[in-house]
Design a protein around this ligand. Sequence first.
Ligand code: SF4
Ligand SMILES: [Zn+2]
Ligand SMILES: [Zn+2]
Length: 304
Amino acid sequence: MKCRFCNKSAIIKLRAYNLKLCEEHFLSFIEKRVEKTIKKYRLFSPEDRILVGISGGKDSLNTVYILNTLGYKTEGLYIDLGIGEYSLRSKEKAVKFARQFNIPIHIYEVKKDFGVGITEISLLLRRKPCSVCGVIKRYILNKFAFENNFTVLATGHNLDDEVATLFSNVLSWQEGYLARQDILLPQKHEKLVKKVKPLALITEKESAAYAILRQIDYIREECPNAKGATSIFYKNILNQIEEKQPSTKLRFYLDFIRKGKKYFERALKEREDKLHPCKVCGYPTTREICQYCTIKNEVQKRRG
Ligand code: SF4
Ligand SMILES: [Zn+2]
Ligand SMILES: [Zn+2]
């Protein structure tokens, strides 16, 4: 099996593009594709200061690595969620990556704000860990970016993540979530930093191959709380469809952005109109007190 662009042997076959590529051409294919995504969707420019949320996994580390390679000013923020051994190991990977590639990273501990980590918070509140974790991560990333003058907040969501979310939101017609699903979420409030997903058109498999070839040592184990997650079930179903009909995932996602999303704009506008400062922290929310402050208050009460 020969590479499409040179005489070397191909190491990967990308069925969605009907391409077989050698190592060198695969790496440049991924980097060019990310660059094209940045330019086409106007995610940011070389003047921007970009903060990338780092988990220690392949996608977030690849995001920092590729943006740096492409010449964008990038720093990472690792949020220590306090999920036992998993957090210790993922933090180690993030720190090692930063040293290896000389990339500035910041570390923020959830325990600093709550006194306990995600696992304990979910037990105290009797809520699913992922539901509190999502709220807490989003809040910290945005607040850290805003307070440290970053103009863009990037996350490592890949195509498989995006398509699984889209699929789930379509199944239950979550208009509000559908309205906000995109590669770029523009800044709608001075305290809400613009959010982007530069790897949104790169599949999980492509991202893993890229990290391995670039010798990026990432955490391979899933968070223990991800066990049995619906998103994993949806990813498997979508991969089965992709197996039979290559490029379905990409088409489903891009066609939603091009053709489907506009039908949900009303839901987005309604949400934006409701934004006002949280009574406790001052960050925008659609409630009286934002979800982050509500969780914090509950944790304080229950810990006594
Ligand atoms: S799986 Fe759930 S608890 Fe674990 S990092 Fe992801 S959102 Fe947080
Ligand atoms: Zn080649
Ligand atoms: Zn608040």
